[in-house]
Design a protein around this ligand. Structure first.
Ligand SMILES: Cc1cc2nc3c(=O)[nH]c(=O)nc-3n(C[C@H](O)[C@H](O)[C@H](O)COP(=O)(O)O)c2cc1C
Length: 190
């Protein structure tokens, strides 16, 4: 596939559509290696990843559903949402928590570290799409909370940007998507 086709047909695929097949760890390592070639100002390379596989997937599910119980008042709890938090991690083969390290490098504002990590994530998404591996990008449950950051191993000074759920899929994963407005309407030429 040509790069442009991979970019245009890469889709966010929800774990409900995953087949349950386990992806070999080596393939996930190859995909993560593509993240390391993202650009970063002053070579800060601020992307950090924590991989959940095997039984650690269920510990993520138990942790986030317990956090839900503890933080959402009883009258506002939604059993469907809580159930999803508990069970969704085990629908994936691997889950990767994405962290932006605050390297505090002079002349590199933190927003640039987040931009660099976003580039690293796009490399991951495109590398996965080229291998027919489905990925779902989830913000996660309360990613800014101390409890979630501590669970993942994200320092308080750093930012937990979300979770990437990886899986195999029986259906076609690379396909046309939708956008609500054209690139022309988002571009000004001077
Ligand atoms: C920073 C970020 C956070 C996202 N968080 C979620 C999320 O929590 N839940 C979700 O269903 N999709 C999430 N997405 C995925 C978007 O919903 C998806 O990219 C969008 O619907 C466009 O679909 P496409 O990527 O297939 O073109 C997130 C995407 C980004 C970039």
């Amino acid at each position: 596939m040509k790069l442009e086709q991979i970019i245009n047909n890469r889709r966010n695929i929800k774990p409900q559509f995953f087949s349950g097949e386990t992806i070999p760890d080596d393939q996930i390592k190859q995909i993560l290696a593509s993240a390391n070639w993202a650009p970063s100002h002053r070579y800060t390379e601020p992307w950090r990843f924590v991989v959940f596989s095997g039984v650690s997937r269920s510990s993520l599910g138990v942790f986030q559903s317990t956090l839900y119980d503890e933080t959402i008042s009883l009258e506002n709890q939604d059993q469907g949402k809580r159930d999803k938090l508990l069970k969704t991690p085990c629908l994936a083969s691997h889950i990767v928590a994405v962290i932006a390290k605050n390297t505090q490098t002079p002349k590199v504002p933190f927003v640039e570290e987040i931009m660099a990590v976003s580039c690293a994530v796009q490399n991951i998404l495109l590398s996965s799409a080229s291998k027919e591996i489905a990925v779902h990008w989830s913000s996660g449950f309360m990613p800014e909370s101390d409890a979630m950051k501590t669970f993942v191993g994200c320092k308080s000074i750093d930012v937990l940007l979300g979770f990437l759920y990886f899986g195999k899929c029986d259906q076609k994963i690379n396909k046309p998507g939708k956008r609500f407005s054209s690139i022309q309407s988002k571009t000004t030429w001077r």
